[in-house]
Design a protein around this ligand. Structure first.
Ligand SMILES: O=P(O)(O)OC[C@H]1O[C@H](O)[C@H](O)[C@@H](O)[C@@H]1O
Length: 450
């Protein structure tokens, strides 16, 4: 097996010589602080050695619950938001058939997602679709109290019980939540649902390698042991004793911070050339955005799907404000083989591509884009993934997590909290007259009346 690779040469050319290397001692200090639990947010470092601490027995238990749902359900709805949603979706979409919901071979249950928005039409259409389906639900919430998720779960629980009866519903509803606290825990214990615990010391956005991500991924039919093995190998490859120059997480963190602090690059665009990676970028956005965006600082994490967005955002990236850098997720080998056919009439003028693989064209688009964007003043970081499979995604996930921890500490913020997220929730609860928010309700109504 290989490792994913990092290439920072086309970013370094925008920095003074030695700028990335100049971060070595700070990176070392950050790594020590993570390892020794002496950094801010040290209550949330459970993800750091999670891969190596995950046992085969535990993965067997997750797999066995997944198998029950696979046997009993045509559709499984994963209810969750943010860190309780994006990691599972990222992996399932990266590995799954792009038309999974149309493939009706019954090999795998269809996985749908809910509880990640408050769209009334979305929930109407979902519940309509489920009316004649044997479906199950995974209720995923670390706090167990997140409104979006709780709302969707309330609807889905009722519908599942109505359609299958309470006794059968009990076998196909699973909770992944806190060991003791929160409504999701209370409900699971009262109803006797199978449940998994999200460890206290693993924050939501770092939880994909717990049952938060592993259970839905296993239900979708993917190999969770291979994911964890990939993460374990990356845990070793990015350990604090690995030399700075050889440690791709240290290099990525240092390069980002060098671009931010020394080249005024405020926005990082993660770009992929495989539509299957769209949700990997969404997961990455939460990981980096919530970890670094605080104290009026932080690189803004943005995402583009290429070549799609080259036809919409390409102009901005090529010639807009020079405040961006690009991190490209490059997949070296596809899982399938499609060649362009030759055509006698050649009306589209594409016979020069006849016999070529589609991926060969995609790779030339990727290289051409890199050269053009670098010429246009956009530093380029490249992360090469040998191919899209469980093992390499496990590597990629852990790589991004550890690099994020280091990068946040380099930025001198607590990478493991997210106090700013509460502001909208407080207003929403006040506006909805939630019990306990009487004073806030009064204050917000007065403010709106002004
Ligand atoms: O897992 P939950 O407690 O339901 O939280 C789901 C998500 O929403 C919160 O508001 C946080 O900002 C996220 O970090 C979290 O991942």
């Amino acid at each position: 097996m290989e490792y994913i690779k990092l290439d920072i040469k086309k970013a370094e050319q925008f920095l003074k010589a030695g700028a990335v290397a100049g971060f070595e001692s700070k990176v070392k200090a950050a790594q020590e602080a993570l390892e020794n639990g002496t950094c801010e947010g040290s209550d949330f470092l459970g993800w750091l050695h999670l891969p190596s601490e995950t046992t085969e027995d535990f993965l067997d238990e997750v797999q066995s619950v997944a198998n029950t749902l696979r046997e009993k359900c045509e559709v499984v709805v994963v209810a969750g938001i943010g860190g309780s949603y994006l990691g599972a979706r990222a992996v399932i979409e990266a590995l799954g058939n792009s038309f999974a919901w149309l493939v009706n071979d019954k090999k795998n249950p269809t996985i749908l997602f809910a509880g990640n928005n408050i769209g009334e039409d979305y929930l109407f259409e979902l519940t309509e679709y489920l009316k004649d389906k044997k479906f199950g639900v995974i209720n995923i919430s670390k706090s167990g109290t997140t409104t979006e998720t709780a709302l969707a779960f309330r609807l889905l629980k009722k519908q599942c019980e109505n359609q299958r009866g309470k006794a059968e519903a009990k076998d196909v509803i699973v909770a992944v939540t806190d060991a003791k606290k929160g409504a999701a825990r209370t409900c699971a214990d009262k109803e006797g649902y199978k449940s998994f615990v999200i460890p206290d010391n693993v924050g939501g956005r770092f939880s994909v390698l717990t049952p938060v991500g592993l259970l839905p991924i296993a239900i979708a039919g993917f190999d969770i042991k291979a994911i964890v093995k990939g993460a374990q190998d990356m845990e070793k490859a990015t350990g604090k004793d690995v030399a700075f120059a050889d440690n791709i997480a240290a290099q990525y963190a240092a390069t980002r911070q060098a671009l931010y602090t020394q080249a005024d690059k405020k926005i990082e665009i993660i770009a992929n050339f495989q539509p299957k990676l769209h949700f990997m970028a969404e997961w990455w956005k939460q990981l980096y955005g919530e970890s670094e965006g605080k104290n009026n600082k932080g690189i803004f994490p943005a995402a583009c799907d290429f070549t799609t967005d080259l036809h919409s955002m390409g102009q901005w990236i090529q010639e807009g404000e020079r405040s961006i850098f690009e991190t490209v997720l490059s997949v070296e080998n596809t899982n399938h083989h499609v060649e362009f056919p030759s055509d006698d009439e050649n009306l589209d003028g594409l016979n020069f591509l006849a016999g070529k693989r589609v991926d060969e064209v995609n790779k030339m688009a990727e290289l051409g884009t890199q050269l053009a964007h670098v010429d246009g003043g956009v530093p380029n970081i490249r992360i090469s993934i040998p191919k899209l499979n469980e093992y390499y995604l496990g590597q990629l996930i852990y790589f991004f997590e550890v690099a994020c921890g280091i990068s946040g500490l380099l930025e001198e913020v607590n990478p493991f909290n997210q106090p700013g997220v509460e502001a909208y929730k407080k207003n929403m609860f006040a506006l909805l007259n939630k019990p306990g928010y009487e004073a806030e309700s009064k204050a917000i109504q007065e403010r709106l009346a002004q």
